[in-house]
Design a protein around this ligand. Structure first.
Ligand code: CAO
Length: 419
């Protein structure tokens, strides 16, 4: 007596091609182990086994087109096999062989990420990517796809593998962090899911922090005149005050600086080993939302007035907070501004948003007594923190960039920004 494993319900899919057979005759498989990969023109899916047992006969082959209910393979149930005395020895032999194979692959996997927890489920990825993931001991089901409709790319597999291992003294080890004592030992705790936006941005932040040699330069910019001007802005026709935050001025100054220092409006192409210089000025803005931090881009800021930038900032941050922003608007930036000016604090170390090479952190302006023309006077100071990728921007250029920004926002801001 054998168990039949059939093609499951595949919705609207008909005549779907088998592109991989993942098991062999004699192999012991568990419930939910993947047995075949099907690929339609839309996606590829691994079909899991619905039963546990030893593969007795495989009824399909690569290239066959299947539909719901078609027989994939016959399994010999482990319990039935045990009842039949003559089969016991053979099964034991098979199981031993499987065990040896398992031990062999575990030995290999000690060098690479841990084996997948579950082989079930479906995820969109090409057969090449699936094979690549399997060779590295990863399961595409667990990998966050960055392509259209969450499709997993080869790069996603590499990033996943990187996030799972550490390299110490030439040895690759799986990252396992265990606290010395569990948190419960010290009092009451509560376990919550990490919000989706944070789950998505987490690996990107780790990648940036670990792969990019960051340098952060801090600067105090005297914005006294600019602030006097900003607070006196009014509409010529209606006579109403115009409310624009300092961020609109800072954006204008940053675009001006990017024109003078093109290395900051660049990306590194690791495949071609070249630097890409962007001829457009699309700034990213870190937006604090109830769902987590988002970094949308505002396009062609060089062609906008300060008032228009202020309006675009309000509109874009609203779209983010209401989750109405298009995914594409998170890509294709020149440089990012992370402003905590509306909240508080002075200097911090912003993390570069790859593939960009620099980020400007802005703190809350404060009054400071300074010596000016021999007199002690109170001035409005804006604290900024510029982080840059030291692989293509050197320290002198970073310092010049900050000095230039200071001039753009300083007492001659009106000439520099051509307001
Ligand atoms: N110094 C002093 N005051 C500042 C300031 C600064 N640098 N920047 C803004 N302000 C003031 C504004 O003028 C405004 O004052 P009024 O209420 O009197 O008009 C107030 O602070 C609030 O400004 P805002 O934050 O609403 O507007 P913004 O244009 O400065 O910023 C946005 C827009 C979307 C960037 C902001 O709302 C936001 O989300 N900031 C958080 C970004 C963040 O989390 N960064 C960290 C990323 S790393 O984890």
């Amino acid at each position: 007596m054998s168990i039949k494993i059939l093609v499951p319900d595949m919705g609207d899919f008909k005549d779907v091609e088998i592109i991989e057979v993942l098991v062999k005759v004699g192999q012991l498989i568990k419930k939910n182990d993947s047995i075949i990969t099907l690929e339609s023109d839309k996606s590829s899916v691994e079909v899991p086994s619905t039963q546990e047992g030893v593969v007795e006969k495989i009824n399909i082959k690569v290239g066959d087109k299947v539909n719901q209910g078609d027989l994939i393979l016959n399994l010999k149930s482990k319990s039935i096999a045990k009842e039949k005395k003559e089969d016991v020895n053979e099964d034991k032999k098979i199981e031993k062989k499987v065990e040896i194979e398992k031990q062999k692959s575990t030995k290999q996997k000690e060098m690479i990420p841990a084996p997948p927890i579950s082989q079930s489920g479906s995820k969109s990825a090409s057969p090449k990517v699936r094979k690549f993931a399997r060779e590295l001991g990863a399961n595409v089901v667990e990998i966050q796809g960055t392509q259209r409709a969450g499709r997993v790319s080869e790069e996603d597999v590499k990033n996943f593998v990187r996030s799972q291992v550490t390299v110490s003294s030439g040895k690759i080890e799986k990252k396992i962090h265990k606290e010395e004592y569990s948190h419960e030992e010290f009092g009451k705790i509560e376990l919550k899911d990490i919000p989706r936006v944070k789950k998505l941005s987490g690996p990107q932040l780790v990648r940036s922090w670990t792969e990019i040699p960051h340098v952060t330069q801090h600067e105090e910019i005297d914005i006294t005149e600019m602030e006097q001007f900003r607070s006196s802005l009014y509409d010529y026709y209606s006579g109403e005050m115009i409310k624009v935050t300092p961020l609109a001025f800072i954006s204008k100054a940053l675009v001006s600086a990017l024109k003078v220092f093109p290395n900051f409006n660049a990306s590194i192409d690791p495949n071609l080993n070249k630097v890409i210089y962007k001829k457009y000025f699309h700034l990213g803005f870190a937006v604090d939302t109830p769902h987590g931090l988002m970094v949308p881009k505002i396009r062609n800021i060089d062609q906008m007035s300060i008032k228009e930038i202020g309006e675009a900032l309000k509109k874009t941050s609203k779209l983010c907070r209401e989750l109405k922003i298009d995914k594409k608007e998170f890509f294709g930036g020149s440089m990012t501004i992370s402003s905590l000016g509306g909240i508080g604090g002075t200097f911090f170390t912003p993390i570069i948003n790859p593939p960009e090479v620099a980020i400007l952190g802005v703190g809350k302006s404060f009054d400071k007594l300074v010596k000016l023309n021999g007199k002690i006077v109170s001035r409005k100071i804006l604290p900024i923190s510029l982080s840059y990728d030291h692989r293509i921007i050197d320290g002198a250029e970073g310092a010049k960039f900050c000095v230039y920004l200071s001039e753009c926002l300083g007492k001659d801001f009106a000439f520099k920004l051509a307001v």
